[in-house]
Design a protein around this ligand. Structure first.
Ligand code: PLP
Length: 417
């Protein structure tokens, strides 16, 4: 007979509480199955970019680049930080025309990671003690919770919106409470194309936050801004407009450490390759030296080195102006596709009076609801599959074919009523 074991005696105290839940996977699986049986099913659960023929979106240039990479450049170990060529390529891509200005005004360090997720968790790991608070908007991407629980820290939220604007006042009020108790501020800001609302902050909103961060310096409060730019290449500000906002970080003072977390998954539509980077920026050289030392250490401790294929793709893409230019054009088509889908929905939502969170651009839109699970279930009965979130539902416009958009807002509104 099998001996009874108490599995809780095996797990650490921290691990015993872990439960990632399977709500999203479950509803996604159901949607996938339903769509195979009935093509009219709307599957708005998939957080990746899909074509209008419901195939994973692929960039021709990325496929071309991949086909020309020698085996050795795919299968060999990568350098722990990604290597010098990668670091420069990542900076060139992320900052574009603003790069030389950024280099002149800030100290910068780049460490390659497996996706944006690796970049966020590697940053949290070295900057947040167990028991500390991390400031988030009250609507946020679910996996932050796993990353923050993993290090024994706490999420503290502020109301994200004041009407249709980012609630800077609430951000500052809640930040002040944290600072009063902990004498340090760590925040994650997911912008532009916030997941799950699709909100993108304005230049003025960013400037107000930066001025607040700088004011904390006068009180000697350390500030760590984890700036999750996973969807930067899908911003309605466009390829260069989105970088205008990034360049505002030059205004942050010495005591602010900014860590941009880049996701190649979304930009290059290579989700499974796990391409990403932590890009630390500060006026303080000491903060950047410490960042590099500790990020590299944690990389060695956790995944040893990043996947080589993604590194090689980015290096090759950025190796000539021609390849980069062709890719930028392809990316504009992808952005326009999402914008076309979302415009149909937004116009109709407006016509039928469907209340939404303020969407600007990107993969996701969300609709507030006090009973998200019930709403998901009611919509499912009408062949519309969406994902529940805290106080609302999330719709991935990134994966709904354009011809399924007309009439969708009205159908949702009817179910809500
Ligand atoms: N940040 C946000 C807001 C996301 O939605 C995602 C992916 O869905 C990521 C970061 C990380 O993406 P990845 O780890 O695939 O690069």
């Amino acid at each position: 007979m099998e001996q009874e074991v108490n599995s809780m005696n095996y797990l650490t105290k921290q691990a015993a509480m872990k439960n990632a839940g399977d709500d999203i996977l479950k509803i996604s699986g159901m949607a996938h199955k339903a769509k195979l049986e009935n093509p009219d099913v709307v599957n708005a659960t998939v957080g990746s970019l899909y074509t209008d023929k419901s195939k994973l979106y692929q960039f021709q240039l990325i496929n071309y680049v991949l086909a020309t990479i020698p085996n050795e450049e795919m299968f060999a170990y990568a350098q722990t930080d990604g290597g010098e060529v990668f670091k420069e390529s990542a900076l060139k891509w992320v900052f574009r025309s603003k790069l030389s200005k950024m280099k002149n005004s800030m100290n910068i360090s780049v460490v390659a990671t497996p996706g944006g997720s690796g970049a966020i968790s590697n940053t949290l790991f070295n900057y947040v003690n167990a028991g500390d608070s991390i400031l988030l908007t009250d609507i946020y991407w679910g996996p932050y919770q796993f990353m923050i629980n993993e290090i024994g820290a706490n999420i503290v939220t502020h109301p994200m919106f004041d009407g249709s604007k980012f609630n800077v006042k609430a951000f500052k009020e809640v930040a002040e409470n944290i600072v009063a108790k902990e004498q340090k501020l760590v925040t994650i800001i997911n912008d532009p194309c916030h997941n799950p609302t699709g909100y993108s902050m304005t230049k003025e909103e960013w400037l107000e936050l930066i001025s607040y961060f700088n004011s904390l310096g006068k009180r000697n409060i350390p500030v760590v801004v984890i700036y999750d730019i996973a969807y930067i290449d899908y911003s309605m500000y466009g390829q260069d407009g989105s970088r205008e906002i990034l360049a505002l970080l030059q205004e942050t003072n010495e005591h602010v450490l900014n860590v941009l977390t880049f996701s190649g998954s979304k930009t290059f539509s290579v989700y499974g390759l796990r391409l990403g980077a932590q890009i630390a920026l500060s006026k303080s050289k000491k903060l950047i030296d410490d960042f590099e030392r500790t990020a590299l250490y944690s990389t060695r401790a956790k995944w040893s080195c990043p996947p080589k294929i993604g590194i090689s793709i980015l290096n090759k893409l950025m190796s000539t102006e021609e390849t980069e230019k062709v890719f930028v054009e392809e990316l504009a088509d992808a952005r326009n596709l999402i914008q076309a889908r979302s415009s149909i929905f937004l116009n109709e939502a407006n016509e039928v009076g469907l209340v939404m969170h303020p969407y600007k651009s990107g993969f996701f839109m969300s609709i507030p609801s006090e009973h998200p699970n019930q709403l998901v279930e009611d919509l499912r009965k009408k062949d519309i599959y969406v994902v529940p979130m805290e106080k609302g539902i999330r719709m991935a416009v990134s994966s709904i074919p354009t011809d399924q958009m007309p009439g969708l807002a009205k159908r949702i509104k009817e179910v809500i009523e």
